[in-house]
Design a protein around this ligand. Structure first.
Ligand code: MLT
Length: 332
């Protein structure tokens, strides 16, 4: 009798495994969030959590770990790729080292508005980049946070021109395209993990950095930065990725819940940006940050970055025709 029971349990276990074991039992999945609570990443993650838990009837749960608690954004994508982490929300520029073709979204001055960001990510280009990321990095993009243009902040002086930038130590993500953008403006920026950035700004290891208004506010950078320049060189896109090894093990209904919840969270993120960004901008000004516009409609920044950075990265984005395709999709 005892033998029979054991054999039955073993048979059940192997059937459950073949059918996709994680769904057979209640599961709690882990979601890494690079930013602190309160930003666009957090908004995407909390909306996704609510929708996913509701769609699975509360059987599956998501635990969110904000503020780099599960490691730097580079570490979390690596862990998701290896299947030791379920989900991560991170900036697209921190995916580029693992899947270079998404770099087309970070090429300076390619995306010129939130609407363009939405159009690209939700159209054929977004589909192709999702497939490439799956192929290169073993993670699947299931949602996008639209975070706004990466404005430049620093603690030293108002920066209106390329000349004003000289002498400043600026932190950038470990992203070759962003490094090259600053080099085109004549300075050598400091590549650094996102999780180390606040401390580096606080201790004066670097003078400045760039990120969207909502991120600047969520990370409380106003406590360690004084000046903002409204640069528009990169529109920040922050995908929600799922580990493909984990995704593949799920049955159809859980897969569908992940994809549908991701689409809902993406839609919400766009609206959140529209509703929130200008309020946050005013709030940062009220807290003492001085906001300036680049001189001459940013022309000098644009000319230097596009003429030198674009050609340098044609190869890594998959050829010049990839950029042409993006420009065409944007009606240029
Ligand atoms: C970075 O600057 O590394 C990222 O854009 C930060 C973020 O994920 O918000």
């Amino acid at each position: 009798m005892k033998f029979k029971k054991t054999a039955l349990l073993a048979a059940f276990a192997s059937v459950a495994f073949l059918a996709g074991a994680p769904s057979a039992f209640a599961t709690t999945f882990k979601v890494a969030v690079g930013d602190a609570q309160g930003g666009t990443q957090w908004e995407l993650a909390t909306t996704f959590k609510k929708a996913f838990e509701q769609k699975t009837g509360g059987k599956h749960k998501l635990d969110l770990f904000p503020n780099g608690q599960l490691g730097s954004e580079e570490e979390t994508i690596n862990n998701a790729a290896m299947g030791t982490l379920d989900f991560s929300v991170l900036a697209v520029n921190n995916i580029t080292p693992f899947s270079p073709t998404v770099g087309v979204l970070t090429l300076p001055y390619v995306i010129q508005s939130a609407e363009e960001a939405k159009k690209l990510t939700q159209g054929d280009i977004g589909k192709e980049l999702t497939e490439n990321t799956l192929r290169d990095a073993n993670v699947r993009i299931v949602g996008w946070a639209y975070s706004g243009f990466r404005v430049l902040t620093n603690s030293k002086k108002p920066v209106k021109t390329v000349a004003d930038l000289q002498g400043l130590k600026i932190r950038v993500p470990k992203n070759e395209i962003m490094i090259a953008s600053y080099q085109s403006w004549g300075i050598n920026p400091t590549p650094m993990a996102w999780s180390e950035t606040f401390t580096a700004l606080q201790q004066g290891v670097v003078d400045g950095q760039d990120n969207p208004y909502i991120t600047v506010s969520a990370m409380k950078f106003n406590e360690v930065q004084k000046y903002i320049t409204n640069l528009r060189y990169v529109f920040s896109l922050e995908p929600l990725v799922v580990s493909e090894s984990m995704f593949k093990r799920q049955p159809a209904d859980v897969k569908k819940a992940i994809l549908d919840a991701g689409a809902e969270a993406t839609e919400h993120s766009f609206k959140y940006l529209q509703d929130t960004e200008s309020k946050i901008k005013k709030d940062l000004a009220a807290k003492g940050m001085q906001i300036v516009e680049p001189a001459d409609g940013e022309k000098e920044f644009i000319a230097k970055a596009t003429s030198t950075v674009w050609p340098k990265f044609y190869k890594s984005i998959g050829g010049k025709d990839k950029l042409d395709k993006v420009q065409k999709a944007l009606g240029r």
